[in-house]
Design a protein around this ligand. Structure first.
Ligand code: NDP
Length: 419
């Protein structure tokens, strides 16, 4: 019996909300609140005939703490699920603290305006000290740890697939498969084809920023940064086949490096087709990925936001996308004094997702873990005061829930390793 406020109503939120409505015995009441209320109303109307969950909707600008507080105080939820954009993480955390409610999200904070001088000064200091230059990092949200502890509230960060399930896989490997883990390779393969020459599978602004940034990995207690897309490997994925993949910076490496200090190397690879990379490079070269506003015909335009308006809406890719995703972690390490390797992953079919909830697998593989994370918090399995990432909680009930609600795990005790 619980009341949940979901903020955001895009591709990922649509899946998370649909899945919450399949578990009405826990998610008894849900309020969908977003910038564009008509999207919330449309989703509520679609779900109302097929769920016992009582759904209401609201309009909110989640950049505005006061508006958030007004909404939280009138709805009185047990949990706020932030499935808007990473730009809103801090305002929503502030509102949760002010109103005394638990918080979760699917991606760590990054600023919308990377030219803001105050943010930039802190960012440049962090680049020098920490050694990686991605715009996003955990420091902003980890800074809330004491406040959440003192308020007796839980904040769960990054509970999608990657970040999210990948960290639960790491916690599971540490708990059940290894005494010590030496290396972790996180492999994110999308073998889906949507038929467009170029489109992004989730919010284009967030996706293109992530992919065009320098790559980096964690080795022997420090970051190693490399030019974007400069480390390429081929890997043969179960049920997908051979794909080229590239080393990227990814946010869970940062928390895993902190929470599993024994691990000597942590890398993240994502598959990309040549057409995606060629388009991205070209768009970057002509300045279309820039977040710095330009003046055009008497109007201020942010190039990447204009690009977003031209690209297909990720939520519209569902009916067109065929193929499967395969995301998981390969570990090397020791058990009972012997060297061993282990691979745990999930394979998800784009068209099956579309049949079930009307979305492609990228939103599905993010939205289902968000629902399962909320389920852990609402049923008291993942509650401790403070700010935590997924690997800091017991992975067993979470992975059981993922098995049950659409993202079952597969295992391989003799996987091919990535060189
Ligand atoms: P979308 O762009 O599809 O949806 C974002 C939603 O947030 C929209 O409904 C949008 O409203 C709403 N929103 C944006 N700004 C505000 C605001 N100021 N106030 C209220 N609502 C706002 O994004 P996705 O669904 O693709 O992604 C959602 C989140 O999931 C992102 O944080 C993304 O980084 C994360 N993600 C995480 C992954 C993981 O594995 N961990 C993988 C993929 C995504 P409007 O309709 O008006 O635009």
């Amino acid at each position: 019996m619980s009341k949940v406020l979901v903020i955001g109503c895009g591709g990922v939120a649509g899946v998370a909300i649909s899945k919450c409505c399949q578990v009405s015995e826990v998610f008894t009441e849900l309020c969908i609140a977003s910038r564009t209320k008509s999207k919330c109303d449309a989703l509520a109307a679609k779900l109302a005939p097929i769920t016992k969950t009582k759904i209401t909707t609201a309009q909110v600008d989640a950049d505005d703490v006061q508006q958030l507080c007004d909404l939280i105080q009138s709805y009185k939820p047990d949990l706020v699920m932030n499935i808007a954009l990473p730009y809103q993480d801090l305002t929503i955390m502030d509102a949760c603290l002010a109103c005394g409610v638990n918080y979760m999200d699917t991606a760590n904070y990054e600023p919308e305006n990377t030219d803001d001088p105050e943010w930039r000064a802190i960012y440049e200091k962090r680049c020098k000290e920490a050694g990686f230059s991605a715009y996003f990092d955990y420091s902003w949200q980890w800074a809330y740890k004491k406040k959440f502890e003192e308020a007796g509230l839980t904040a769960l960060l990054g509970c999608g697939f990657d970040p999210g399930v990948t960290q639960a896989y790491c916690a599971y490997a540490k708990k059940h498969e290894f005494d010590t883990i030496d290396t972790i390779d996180i492999l994110d393969c999308n073998g889906g084809d949507h038929g467009y020459a170029f489109a992004t599978n989730f919010n284009p602004e967030i996706n293109l920023r992530e992919v065009s940034a320098p790559g980096s990995y964690w080795e022997n207690g420090h970051w190693v940064e490399i030019p974007a897309m400069s480390i390429k490997r081929a890997y043969t994925f179960d049920q997908v086949g051979q794909k080229d993949m590239y080393l990227l910076h990814h946010e869970e490496i940062e928390s895993l490096g902190k929470n599993l200090p024994e691990v000597k190397r942590i890398r993240f690879f994502m598959t990309f087709g040549q057409s995606y990379l060629d388009h991205m490079r070209c768009l970057e070269d002509v300045g279309m990925l820039s977040t710095t506003p330009i003046h055009y015909n008497g109007q201020e335009i942010v190039p990447i936001q204009f690009l977003k308006a031209l690209l297909p809406d990720p939520a519209s890719l569902g009916p067109r996308t065929k193929g499967k995703t395969n995301i998981g972690c390969i570990f090397t390490g020791k058990k009972d004094g012997k060297e061993k390797t282990y691979y745990i992953y999930n394979v998800c079919d784009h068209q099956e997702c579309y049949r079930e909830v009307g979305s492609q697998a990228i939103s599905y593989t993010t939205g289902v873990p968000a629902m399962c994370g909320a389920l852990m918090m609402l049923t008291g399995k993942w509650t401790k005061p403070g700010v935590y990432t997924v690997e800091e909680f017991d992975p067993d009930p979470f992975l059981d829930a993922l098995d049950k609600y659409g993202l079952p795990r597969s295992e391989n005790h003799d996987p091919a390793l990535v060189d």
